[in-house]
Write a protein that binds this ligand. Structure first.
Ligand SMILES: Cc1cc2nc3c(=O)[nH]c(=O)nc-3n(C[C@H](O)[C@H](O)[C@H](O)COP(=O)(O)OP(=O)(O)OC[C@H]3O[C@@H](n4cnc5c(N)ncnc54)[C@H](O)[C@@H]3O)c2cc1C
Length: 380
């Protein structure tokens, strides 16, 4: 935990130093809110107000706590935020939610000898990803000692002798700690958005295609945005939107961020990295698809590393050869994913740039290249 905090603190301090070094930026350590026609911060020297300036709402998100688990409010539970404040590991834990955060915690804690139970809403974790990745991850988690509870909607939490009892339809477990990892919701209410005339959609700020809110002079970015943007809660989306909002404010520009190609990386071991459509979503969207799966054990580097679980899957649009989506399950999958996001940005969106690129040998990235070559060959 100490190391996690050190890494996080290093990043924060690095950026704070950069802000402090810029004499056009004033850093105020206070929670702001809309008030008196502007934004106001409480400071030890009294309220600090800003009016007639553009405002960017970038207040992020906080853990979403389910309201249908009876007794949850009466037992202590952890979230991804409070977990990192613990100074010792619990002996046992139950995790509600098997999205990226729940799965990453489950694997890490099981490896640290914490008796870990992971509740899944469906049959396997990471419900939006390729079934091959979900099945492989399920196998790995079970092998590493995670107790998986499939189709387990948590219904009740209560104090019992020996800890917290968590029940779901069909099962129960008593644990020392409970971790709620059921998603994140925009954290904008503390700002008193109504005071500025802002209406919320799906709990977050409403924006147009330029990231402007309906209220003149107020913009938003990142996890604070509601509606369809709630599917885009990633650091790389927020950092992509930041400069676009700045440009739009400063130059009155018409930057429209594109959300067509957003990488998704789950930091399990091996990692699951994906972009665009899975096969199922591509078919559901009406595409005639060609798919290809290349097991990573078929490249020398993976065998040499003894890392043979995983694959590269490619989904192509049959008539055009356009890359619709891809998944890599492998060590360093997230680092290799740009190989497959880049072609999606090139005109035509085919695998050509990747096929024309020579790859070093032996590397894990060869699996991506070979998968692409074999997928392209299937187009005929
Ligand atoms: C456990 C966990 C793991 C994650 N892993 C990944 C990952 O691997 N990859 C990835 O891309 N994303 C990941 N995310 C998501 C990522 O952290 C967010 O998408 C990203 O931080 C959003 O950036 P943001 O700028 O919108 O908000 P944030 O980074 O949350 O920043 C919001 C800031 O606003 C401040 N603030 C809030 N209210 C006020 C106020 N009233 N006045 C002043 N300041 C205020 C907050 O204190 C905070 O500093 C993870 C999230 C969690 C919780």
């Amino acid at each position: 935990m100490r190391r996690v905090r050190e890494v996080v603190d290093y990043g924060r301090e690095f950026y704070e130093r950069r802000l402090a070094a810029n004499d056009r930026i004033r850093l105020v350590r206070s929670a702001g809110r809309f008030r008196n026609g502007g934004v106001e911060f409480d400071t030890p020297d009294g309220p600090l107000s800003f009016t007639d300036v553009p405002v960017v709402v970038a207040t992020g998100a906080r853990p979403a706590i389910p309201d249908d688990v009876a007794g949850l409010e009466d037992v202590p539970f952890l979230t991804n935020e409070s977990f990192l404040e613990l100074d010792r590991l619990p002996a046992s834990i139950a995790i509600i939610g098997a999205g990226p955060i729940g799965v990453e915690f489950a694997q890490a804690l099981a490896r640290l000898d914490v008796a870990t139970t992971l509740l899944l809403r469906g049959e396997a974790p990471l419900s939006h990803e390729e079934p091959d990745a979900r099945e492989t991850l399920t196998k790995i988690l079970v092998r590493e000692g995670v107790r998986l509870a499939p189709f387990a909607r948590a219904v009740k939490a209560s104090w019992v002798e020996g800890g917290i009892e968590l029940s779901w339809e069909g099962g129960t477990v008593v644990v020392e700690q409970l971790l709620v990892a059921t998603g994140r919701e925009p954290a904008v209410d503390v700002l008193d958005p109504e005071a500025a005339g802002l209406e919320l959609v799906d709990g977050g700020v409403e924006v147009d295609e330029h990231l402007a809110t309906p209220v003149d002079g107020i913009w938003a970015l990142g996890d604070a945005i509601g509606g369809v943007h709630r599917a885009f809660q990633y650091t790389h989306v927020a950092t992509y939107e930041g400069p676009q909002v700045a440009e739009n404010i400063l130059r009155g520009g018409g930057h429209r961020p594109s959300y067509a190609v957003i990488p998704r990386v789950t930091f399990t071991d091996p990692e699951v990295a994906a972009v665009g459509y899975t096969e199922m979503f591509a078919v559901a969207a009406g595409h005639d698809v060609v798919t290809h799966v290349k097991p990573i054990r078929e490249v020398g580097k993976a065998r040499a590393m003894g890392e043979t679980e995983g694959f590269v899957k490619i989904v192509l649009d049959r008539p055009t050869g356009r890359l619709l989506g891809a998944t890599i399950m492998s060590p360093h999958a997230g680092d290799m994913l740009p190989e497959l996001t880049m072609p999606m940005h090139v005109e035509g969106g085919t695998l050509e740039p990747l096929l024309a690129t020579m790859h070093g040998h032996p590397t894990l990235a060869e699996a991506v290249k070979v998968a692409a070559r074999e997928a392209a060959a299937k187009l005929g």
